[in-house]
Design a protein around this ligand. Sequence first.
Ligand SMILES: Cc1cc2nc3c(=O)[nH]c(=O)nc-3n(C[C@H](O)[C@H](O)[C@H](O)COP(=O)(O)OP(=O)(O)OC[C@H]3O[C@@H](n4cnc5c(N)ncnc54)[C@H](O)[C@@H]3O)c2cc1C
Ligand code: SF4
Length: 494
Amino acid sequence: MKTLVLLPFQLHLKQPAFQRLEDEDVILLIEDLSFYRTHPFHKKRIVALMSAFRHHEKTLKALGFNVRFEQGDTKEILEGLSPDELLWIEATDADIKAWQASITDELNIPAFFSQDAQFILSEDDVKKRLPKRPYKMDPFYREMRKDFSVLMDGKKPYGGAWSFDKENRKKLPKNTNIPDPAWPEIDEMTRDVMALVDEAFANHPGTTEGFRQPVTHAEAEALASHFFDARLKTFGPYQDALTTQYKDVSHSMVSQALNTGLLDPMDLIRRAEKTLDAGVPINSVEGFIRQIIGWREYIRGIYLHEMPGYHDHNHYQHTRNLPHYYWDGDTKMNCLKDATNHVIDDGYAHHIQRLMVLGNFANLAGVDPKQVNDWFLEMFVDSHDWVVTPNVIGMALHADGGLMATKPYISSGSYIHKMGDYCDHCHYDVKKKTGPDACPFNALYWNFIDRHQETLAKNPRMGIPLSVFKKMDSDQVVELRKQAETILEHLESL
Ligand SMILES: Cc1cc2nc3c(=O)[nH]c(=O)nc-3n(C[C@H](O)[C@H](O)[C@H](O)COP(=O)(O)OP(=O)(O)OC[C@H]3O[C@@H](n4cnc5c(N)ncnc54)[C@H](O)[C@@H]3O)c2cc1C
Ligand code: SF4
């Protein structure tokens, strides 16, 4: 008898491993609480994974599989069952992959590892498509479009361009109507899990209250369908918008479901393509498709190439601690207050909040990249090491020195002001660089350029800010240095 051991993020219904199962073989789902204790994960992340896993037992049974659901320690349960052959779906996260391998070794049972259907490319294929450092997203994305015939007009990109990003950098106009995402109703099974998490994970951050993620394929499907019907059309133009009008702007909110296997990436891409017939603009359709066939696969490829060791990069030698407001949201900086509270409440913030508010500030403040990476891993419902680490170490902090992003994504308050309305209601003044009420992002930004002049001079994409800094008169530079020093001394009380 073969036993396929599924993990809580391996819920895709077309797993290649299913092909190896015969009638008497078993799919084993083990609710092993130690799996959720490797880090102090946000309570909503635990509820999402645990509830989806419990629901999956029902789904697989309804499909006719021979399913067994157990609670306890994975190794002990496997020892007790003593299968003839173990089947695993190989995890992408390096620590989980190592754990699968060590259990297999210790049990000394023949084992077979298969690919996870939640990705478009196999591990080998994605690695081959990123042949050398520094990795480049654009050629990767174009090849993916061509090879999978996505948004193609013969050999040319549909609409005449590979990217329509220039049309996708708009601030959200006041009174724009964006329907809320179609969050599912919470059922009895999820309520039970929420009670369990409240008790067994009481000291973990966040709350189970207000849990909103899909936990079945049908719920994830409803969330995605509603996005295509009602929200995709505004996804493109307001993709980078920062606003207090809508928590989630027009983002699809599918990341957690995709990373758990409740949704299929290629299916989402094909459905996005079809919305062109319904009049959804190409800049929205292409923008969304690029995130999935481009960024999501690219990020995984980098992780696979760069592990082990990707967590250890610290290009700018940053050592400060992450300030308390990343955990309690208590800060006078309105942009950070909004983003951190969204994370604390929902285990979610959209991409530009993650990159240009949360990541940008941590980088400007010189926070140790490991602490930032851990925070992103622990606090988000959609987090997994394979997606967090390249996004944090590579994209947000540029701590890998440019292996995946051509320049650091740093900005002063002016970018945040340009992209939204946070600064209109802030204790600090975005127009000021110095003084007690000056926006902290401003002096910290110029201080970053100042401190890292030598390194940044090697990067042609940093030429403009460097030359602006060099043209500043010496009094201004002294003032900015003093201001940055004061801010960093009082980092915990901003
Ligand atoms: C610092 C930082 C941390 C991040 N941590 C995570 C994380 O833990 N889990 C996660 O899934 N994504 C992460 N991302 C990528 C991205 O921010 C999220 O995928 C996105 O915000 C999820 O919301 P959404 O589903 O509404 O995405 P949308 O904006 O609607 O995009 C659609 C989908 O594209 C994919 N996608 C878009 N950008 C990326 C990217 N840079 N990397 C990988 N996939 C991408 C996701 O699957 C996403 O669901 C992170 C980005 C940054 C800068
Ligand atoms: S003024 Fe500065 S701190 Fe305040 S919201 Fe704007 S960017 Fe953020």
